[in-house]
Write a new protein. Sequence first.
Length: 120
Amino acid sequence: MRNFKNYDVWTDGVDFCVEVYKMTEQFPKKETYALSDQMQRAAVSIPSNVAEGCSRRSEKEFGHFLEISLGSAYEVETQMEIAVRLGYITKNQFDKASDSVQSIEKRLSSVINNIKPTNY
């Protein structure tokens, strides 16, 4: 069985999630159950699905959860774009967080591609 804590992408996903929570703290109160909540849930989904995928016995199932994690990363990246356009976060905050999530996306894609050819 895989140990999710051994995957750098999981560790970085947790760090990114904390970054998103800190970023959304400054959002207007009207966004508490809207964009803020959506960004937090998508960010939590990134490392959570890596962890859940590690519990699966087959490579196919593991890959499926990594794909969900990747989708969540794309989702939160889109939501950050919306937040910066609305003025909820600064361009500097966006750039830093965007670099983090894009690094996660690349590494998730790499892991998926490494297991996909033989096991999907």
